[in-house]
Design a protein around this ligand. Structure first.
Ligand SMILES: Cc1cc2nc3c(=O)[nH]c(=O)nc-3n(C[C@H](O)[C@H](O)[C@H](O)COP(=O)(O)OP(=O)(O)OC[C@H]3O[C@@H](n4cnc5c(N)ncnc54)[C@H](O)[C@@H]3O)c2cc1C
Length: 361
């Protein structure tokens, strides 16, 4: 059986991996280059920012993936030599208004959590300018992944396993017959397959077959700053209000992020730079001694309540979706891809598929 996946972000690549393992001959069609949109731009935190505030449908995919990520990272490292730097560095929330809800959630998940006072926060992460307000919460078990490396490793592994990746190839037209997709048109060629999957992130609502149902997905811009700091300056992820810092193993530190409705305008702005810079240097004053190496924006695919669409199109029997992961697409992607493959291959699904089904919400 042949499958065509439209979109070469983390969702498309992980679905390619799952479907190839399930016996499909897989082709990934990517408008630009693989892994150059939201999946590259994201921070790689392997948890929703405030997981206890998320709908159960988001929590379930995130928790499944969080468990699975070390295996995925290890297996990609072995097969490609590229280390995606899965790192259980923990996440520290400062000045948390809903500690009771958060602690109860941690207990339900059997997750180890602490409510450190100022001295303990200083021991966990020296050098922070800690807000006077308490409480704080420390989840030492939360991990991150270096998403650009993860994408590189995925691409290399897929190609070595015979998955065909066509870059600079936007899908521009669909041939439909008897409620089935027959083929898609790219600028240079027409491609047929038995199964089609749209995993085109923020573009997923725009690119499907005309005059048929399409998901309710909108782009939400997020900007990031990257400091070229030194290893050890920051050892854990830290969140305060809307913003966070993420340490990479080589000493670089990400400061994120903004949440902006800007249609598909991906240009970074000086206002966002100033806001993220002020946040980062106020929270970790030593960062003022290090240069900002990069500033970028990505387009998050927002779906209602942040719950992705995973499963078959309601009208076209051989078209599927895996899209709309909004702010949590890196963490949810492995579970979403496994669920998608379970549905395609008629296996027992890893979670109840009902909340994710592509229908009007
Ligand atoms: C600043 C920022 C920080 C983030 N931080 C985190 C985080 O810490 N943790 C987390 O879990 N998530 C995070 N996210 C969210 C996460 O990055 C996204 O949810 C996720 O990457 C979406 O993946 P995707 O594969 O669905 O979309 P994308 O990565 O956007 O991939 C979609 C692909 O489809 C392609 N495409 C579009 N149209 C066509 C077409 N016509 N033909 C062919 N191909 C097409 C695009 O070129 C693109 O490559 C963050 C996002 C941003 C922007």
């Amino acid at each position: 059986m042949d499958c065509i996946i439209i979109g070469g972000g983390i969702s498309g690549l992980l679905c390619a991996r799952e479907l190839a393992a399930g016996g499909f001959r897989v082709r990934v069609i990517e408008r630009n280059t693989v892994g150059s949109e939201a999946s590259w731009a994201g921070g790689g935190i392997l948890s929703p920012l405030y997981p206890w505030r998320q709908p159960l449908a988001v929590q379930n995919l995130s928790l499944w993936s969080h468990e699975y990520y070390p295996k995925l990272a290890q297996s990609l490292k072995q097969s490609t030599g590229i280390d995606p730097q899965w790192n259980r560095c923990g996440l520290l929330w400062l000045d948390l208004p809903d500690l009771d809800v958060a602690s109860a959630w941690c207990r339900r998940q059997h997750m180890c959590c602490e409510t450190p006072d100022q001295d303990k926060v200083n021991r966990i992460q020296p050098g922070l300018r800690i807000p006077d307000e308490e409480p704080h919460l420390w989840l030492s078990g939360i991990a991150q992944i270096r998403n650009p490396r993860l994408l590189k490793a995925l691409k290399q592994e897929l190609e070595s396993k015979g998955v065909d990746i066509l870059e600079r190839s936007p899908v521009i037209h669909w041939q439909i017959r008897n409620n089935k997709v027959v083929s898609i048109d790219l600028p240079q060629e027409n491609l047929k397959a038995d199964l089609f999957l749209i995993a085109a992130g923020a573009w997923s609502a725009k690119i499907g077959p005309e005059n048929f149902w399409s998901p309710d997905i909108h782009p939400v811009k997020g900007q990031m700053l990257l400091f070229r700091a030194r290893p050890g300056l920051l050892v854990t992820m830290v969140q305060l209000g809307e913003h966070y810092l993420i340490p990479r193993l080589d000493g670089r530190i990400l400061a994120g992020s903004t949440v902006e409705k800007a249609d598909f305008d991906k240009r970074p702005t000086s206002q966002a730079y100033d806001r993220l810079y002020r946040f980062a240097v106020n929270l970790l004053p030593a960062l003022a001694d290090f240069p900002v190496e990069a500033h970028w924006a990505g387009m998050r695919p927002e779906a209602p309540k942040g719950i992705p669409y995973i499963g078959p199109h309601p009208q076209l029997e051989n078209l599927y979706y895996d899209c709309g992961h909004f702010r949590n697409g890196v963490v949810m992607a492995p579970a979403a891809a496994r669920l998608l493959a379970d549905l395609v291959l008629h296996r027992a699904p890893i979670v109840d598929p009902a909340p994710y089904l592509p229908i009007n919400r």
